[in-house]
Ligand binder design. Structure first.
Ligand code: ADP
Length: 496
């Protein structure tokens, strides 16, 4: 178990973690000595600095990973798994401080979002830690005189690039399986959210051999790009925007290395006239991730509601969202925190303007916080748009903010067509009591994650990932660990 005492004051912890990468089992400043500010989006105040990662830091982290990987891969798979599961226990013991820290840097409300994420972080390590023994090969009936088999081998050094919206969970779903499979990892955190990830890595490094897990903070082009391009990185797993995903894919193609890409979404939620209204409303709130300010690639941001219940659905949804409290992310009574950054806030506001220009009606919900210390906070009230079309930009493009479109429908075939009329294919839901209709919809909806009458979030053991431009490859399962973090070697022994 870790010897590091929990630090429940996120401001003090942020200062402690200031200006550091984590390389080869120890904190290390950037090679250049440069840093960049980490800002509390609820107040606009700087809470820490992060090490400014560049190519020299990437070189150091990859070299440490390369060295450590060889010995790590020699350990029995179940032993690696046990250590990763032990990481889960350490993270669980520290989950409150991790939750507070991620709330501070991202603005996600502690009670409704950050604690939930810290829970999934440790759970993912526990889940993958139990899968060491599943790294099995096969015997092949090739020839009775030739014993033919396959074994699973690690790919080597994995580069894991993560975003800011659920940085801990998305990191865990990449690094835990990668390490159990015998790889060493270099994580590149998102510029907006480097601290909680760094703390998590410091904590698990009390369990793991030095160099097996390393972390760099920095900007995409200066730090992420050299990581993808590094000749000793043999696999990249990336979650972020479609634009950056394409850049990563191109670089990986030049090197001929495999990538996993989890990209954007504009997920449809189809509510039929016979749906359980209360269930569907709860599903819209959960699916739209209002408590996370809609900052989710699976956000149910296009809600198609049958004409017969459209008006009552809109009224009741407004009522429910109005009852949610916007406030200080660290305050226990807060349901909805802030947008992560000024840049993201500008983007969200530009889409709100586009929705109005398209003739939509914005139903603005919830109340802005009144606390004087939050006046510079990046708060955007939830906007529920009606009167927009599926073809309007507000309904077509990913916003990553608390903005959803409610679109009225009457014809079932037409609504399925509209739901699929998007470049994305991450998630979709249908809400109905008609089992035949539900079965038909789940086969026709073009998405990687389709649910009926519920809107669960990603979790270990549920295959997660998109089709179309939402990504390449699925994550979060045993199969994902085998497919993405190992390669098969065929061995033939001539017995004649
Ligand atoms: P978002 O819009 O959610 O910030 P990005 O795709 O820009 O999405 O960022 C996701 C992650 O990708 C972040 O860690 C970011 O620093 C990183 N990133 C951005 N540009 C590049 C790049 N050219 N190469 C590698 N990583 C990048």
């Amino acid at each position: 178990m870790s010897t590091i005492a929990p630090q429940l004051d996120p401001f003090a912890l942020a200062k402690e973690l200031s200006g550091k990468h984590f390389i080869d089992g120890a904190f290390r400043p950037a090679a250049s000595g440069k840093t960049f500010p980490v800002v509390n989006p609820a107040t606009g105040e700087q809470v820490a600095e992060a090490a400014y990662g560049e190519a020299a830091d990437v070189d150091a982290a990859v070299a440490a990973a390369k060295k450590a990987q060889k010995e790590w891969a020699k350990r029995p798979a179940r032993e690696r798994g046990k250590l990763v599961a032990e990481c889960g226990r350490v993270l669980d013991a520290h989950k409150e401080e991790i939750a507070r820290l991620v709330a501070l840097e991202t603005g996600k409300a502690l009670r409704t979002e950050s604690r939930v994420e810290a829970g999934v972080l440790s759970d993912a390590f526990t889940f993958f830690g139990g899968l060491g023994g599943e790294l099995k090969g096969e015997t092949v009936p090739f020839n009775p005189t030739m014993l033919t088999m396959t074994v699973r081998e690690p790919v080597g050094v994995v580069g894991a690039i993560i975003p800011w919206n659920v940085p801990l969970m998305l990191m865990a779903l990449k690094i835990a399986p990668a390490m159990v499979a015998g790889n060493a990892v270099v994580v590149k955190s998102a510029e907006e959210a480097p601290l909680a990830v760094l703390r998590a890595i410091q904590l698990i490094s009390t369990i793991l051999p030095p160099g097996v897990i390393n972390m760099l903070s920095g900007y995409g082009p200066e730090c992420g790009a050299p990581l993808v391009a590094h000749p000793d990185v043999h696999k990249v797993t990336f979650t972020g925007s479609v634009e950056t995903g394409k850049i990563v894919y191109k670089t990986a193609a030049e090197k001929l290395i495999p990538v996993t890409l989890e990209l954007g979404g504009k997920s449809p939620m189809i509510v039929c006239g016979d749906a359980d209204l209360d269930q569907a409303l709860a599903g819209a709130i959960a699916g739209m991730r209002f408590t996370r300010q809609g900052q989710s690639c699976t956000a149910a941001s296009r809600i198609f509601v049958h004409d017969s219940i459209h008006d009552v659905f809109v009224e009741k949804l407004k009522e429910k969202v109005n009852a949610m409290k916007m406030g200080d992310p660290l305050d226990e009574s807060t349901d909805i925190g802030t947008i992560v950054s000024r840049q993201q806030m500008d983007r969200v506001q530009s889409y709100i303007a586009l929705g109005k220009e398209a003739g939509g009606t914005a139903h603005v919900c919830s109340a802005m916080p009144t606390d004087a210390k939050l006046t510079k906070g990046l708060y955007v009230q939830p906007h529920i748009f009606t009167g927009v079309k599926n073809t309007d930009r507000i309904a077509k493009e990913e916003i990553f903010g608390p903005v959803c479109c409610i679109i009225r429908w009457t014809d079932y075939d037409d609504v399925i067509e509209q739901a699929n009329d998007t470049e994305y294919g991450l998630a979709a839901t249908i809400w109905t009591r008609d089992i035949k209709l539900a079965m038909d919809a789940v086969t026709r909806l073009e998405a990687g994650f389709v649910q009926v009458n519920q809107n669960l979030v990603v979790q270990p053991n549920l295959s997660y990932g998109g089709v179309k431009t939402s990504g390449l490859g699925k994550e979060a399962t045993l199969e994902a660990m085998l497919e993405h973090f190992t390669h098969k070697k065929t061995i033939i022994i001539n017995m004649k």
